[in-house]
Unconditional design. Structure first.
Length: 157
């Protein structure tokens, strides 16, 4: 059985975007493209209705590229259970209220038993200062938090 992985919107955004002029962004885009094309099949990959909604935003051509890349990836629905855990993540403090959608990504991955949540969001999801609090809230609510990491961290290189 393959590990289950939740792909957060930033990953598909890096995958489908035009090359950046920023060196860090270019490196992340390259890592993401290599992971998407060469390593993603090692996992059972999932996205959520939230990922689809976020992927539709912004530049129409970029949105079309993101949505094309996501075709065929199973979509997790937003449930009351996920919304309750997201609210707990905000209320307890690891995720700021102004970024409640980040809490919902974490909650969706958690309640659906994902092994990994893959993201390039280092502000409110893959943040070393917040991970302990995120895991604590998940455990207090009867869940095991997935490993939160970037594609690069997942690759192990």
């Amino acid at each position: 059985m393959k590990p289950k992985i939740y792909i957060e919107t930033s990953v598909v955004s890096y995958y489908a975007s035009r090359p950046s002029r920023d060196l860090v962004t270019v490196a992340r885009q390259q890592v993401t493209r290599e992971w998407w094309e060469e390593s993603r099949q090692q996992f059972d990959t999932y996205i959520s209705a939230l990922v689809l909604e976020e992927a539709k935003g912004g530049d129409p051509i970029a949105a079309e590229s993101r949505l094309e890349a996501l075709k065929g990836v199973p979509v997790l629905e937003i449930t009351d259970e996920a919304e309750q855990l997201a609210a707990a993540l905000v209320k307890a403090g690891p995720i700021p209220e102004s970024h409640s959608e980040d809490a919902l990504h974490i909650a969706l991955a958690t309640i659906n038993g994902m092994d990994f949540l893959v993201t390039w969001n280092f502000h409110h999801i893959n943040n070393a200062k917040m991970k302990k609090g995120i895991a604590k809230v998940a455990e207090e609510n009867g869940y095991e938090c997935p490993v939160i990491c970037s594609p690069e961290e997942l690759e192990g290189e």
